[in-house]
Write a protein that binds this ligand. Structure first.
Ligand code: ADP
Ligand code: MG
Length: 140
């Protein structure tokens, strides 16, 4: 398996509770390298574009409102098999179903306010990274 990059967001419920460092500790312990990172307040347009795939879902409006409610930390993570490794490190979308030791089990408040985003495919990782980072902001 090749070295991959994945896109991560530490979501508003986590930044609000001052958990950026705690989430990053779990990320690094899993063997993922943080090769780019910045704290931003997403615009509504950015959040709607980012989650466009979910625009027909009943929770879309609530999701966009949540993502712009406080700062987020956007990141690029690098590792062998980074995309699946980070999905495993985050745990299930609903923290009630997340395995012990995962970011969502440790920190998430609910299925919506679930502390972290991670890309679900090589194609989406490339699209998501490009939405928030230029090449010279990523230093592996
Ligand atoms: P994941 O983030 O694990 O890839 P999805 O792509 O299915 O999960 O959903 C994107 C995000 O939408 C979730 O991380 C969560 O913040 C929110 N979400 C998903 N399902 C629900 C739901 N049933 N109610 C409220 N928010 C939800
Ligand atoms: Mg998803």
């Amino acid at each position: 398996m090749a070295i991959q990059r994945t896109f991560s967001i530490i979501k508003p419920d986590a930044t609000e509770r001052n958990l950026t460092g705690a989430v990053n500790a779990v990320i690094e312990k899993a063997g993922l390298r943080i090769v780019a990172q910045k704290r931003i307040l997403m615009t509504r347009a950015q959040a709607e574009t980012f989650y466009a795939v979910h625009k027909e879902r009943p929770f879309f409006g609530e999701l966009v409102d949540f993502m712009i409610s406080a700062p987020v930390v956007v990141q690029v993570l690098e590792a062998e098999n980074a995309i699946q490794l980070y999905r495993d490190t985050m745990g299930a979308t609903n923290p009630a179903n997340a395995a012990d030791g995962t970011i969502r089990k440790l920190f998430a408040k609910s299925v919506g306010e679930n502390s972290a985003h991670g890309s679900d495919s090589v194609e989406n990782a490339a699209i998501e990274i490009a939405q928030f980072f230029s090449g010279n902001e990523i230093v592996g």
